[in-house]
Design a protein around this ligand. Structure first.
Ligand SMILES: Cc1ncc(COP(=O)(O)O)c(C=O)c1O
Length: 347
């Protein structure tokens, strides 16, 4: 297995490198944390009642939902459950790094499906890559780092053309996009959807995610999943997080407004960018991407160099936070670009 080292940043900087909520979770979640009792800490967590609540929220039965320690655990467990020697994992790339990391812990083979330069979802190419050995097709929708999406019709067609495989649709960024295939669960026997509380809900530190799918597939997954991987604090915070729709709507609205403003700033700076349906945007910086990232960091704004992703040389992903934060980011970006231009001229 390749080692995965998440970049550790100065926690006081404006962190636009992980696509988290950049501000806060709902105040109702903070109140729930204040009510945590000694018993909550001494006892093993009980996930079932909260899982049932989550299922109701999604319009599903409790047996169709499994809470996980973030979507990362969900991916890990899903791959452990279904991927065996000789199996193929289809991955449209570039995409979320952890799919490849967790698949390398199995004996399956990754089959990457490269997106074209526009980084749109490589639908036709993916269909052609399906074989009888395809066991899982993992699609982040919206995708990271591109921000592009697969349409509902495309996802339905993929599920139909690979009935022998599991189609994972990772809706980590669902709230910023607004479209889902959760309603197809059950009726589509090979569809599994992942969701997280790390992004719009602002609970990345609690590690809370979920898988939702047909009962038969979920039974296999629940055999592999640790019964206690979602801790008591996360379970206590889930109900108020779900309940406070006002906070969620406000945060998503703020991010979408900030994205429009920030995209205009990128256009004004003459930078190529890819249209995004999520809370981040991929930007072409070019050969001096490392220097750019360092200059931004020195100005207190952390962004993520995605150059090592397939087809992403010279591209940097910037998380979208609030308008105020993104105005600060735009100023830092313009100053970094000016510094790079000055260095170019001096050489
Ligand atoms: C597509 C995608 N899925 C899953 C995750 C991880 O989610 P979690 O924090 O719930 O493990 C990320 C995080 O960046 C992501 O981009």
């Amino acid at each position: 297995m390749k080692e995965y080292h998440p970049p550790l940043g100065c926690r006081d900087a404006l962190r636009l490198d992980f696509n988290e909520n950049t501000l806060a979770c709902s105040p109702k979640v903070r109140e729930a944390l204040g009510r945590i009792s000694t018993g909550d800490l001494t006892r093993y967590p009980e996930r079932a009642p909260v899982e049932a609540l989550m299922a109701t929220h999604l319009g599903l039965a409790a047996e169709q939902v499994a809470l996980t320690n973030g979507v990362d655990e969900a991916i890990h467990v899903l791959f452990e459950t279904f991927l065996d020697e000789g199996d193929e994992l289809l991955l449209p790339v570039p995409t979320y790094t952890m799919y490849e990391v967790y698949s390398s812990a199995t004996d399956a083979r990754v089959v990457p499906v490269q997106a074209a330069d526009d980084l749109q979802f490589p639908f036709e190419r993916l269909l052609k890559t399906i074989t009888p050995r395809t066991k899982i097709i993992a699609i982040a929708n919206p995708n990271s780092p591109s921000g592009s999406v697969a349409t509902r019709e495309q996802l339905i067609e993929i599920a139909r053309r690979a009935p022998h495989a599991v189609l994972l649709v990772d809706e980590a960024y669902f709230h910023f996009y607004g479209e889902t295939v959760v309603d197809l669960i059950g009726a589509t026997p090979n569809l599994i959807v992942a969701r997280t509380f790390s992004k719009a809900y602002g609970l990345a530190g609690l590690r809370l995610g979920l898988l939702a799918g047909p009962v038969e597939l979920m039974r296999w997954i629940k055999r592999v999943l640790s019964p206690y991987s979602v801790n008591s604090l996360a379970l206590a915070c889930l109900p108020p997080a779900l309940e406070d729709e006002g906070y969620l709507d406000w945060y998503v609205g703020e991010v979408l407004a900030a994205r429009t403003e920030f995209e205009a700033a990128l256009d004004k700076a003459g930078l190529r960018r890819w249209p995004s349906r999520a809370n981040f945007v991929l930007v072409e910086i070019g050969a001096r991407h490392q220097e750019f990232t360092r200059l931004m960091s020195a100005a207190g704004v952390l962004v993520r160099d995605r150059s090592s992703d397939p087809g992403c040389e010279g591209r940097v992903r910037i998380t979208i936070g609030t308008r105020e934060q993104m105005r600060k980011a735009a100023t830092a970006l313009n100053e970094a670009l000016a510094a790079l231009r000055a260095r170019n001229e001096a050489q």
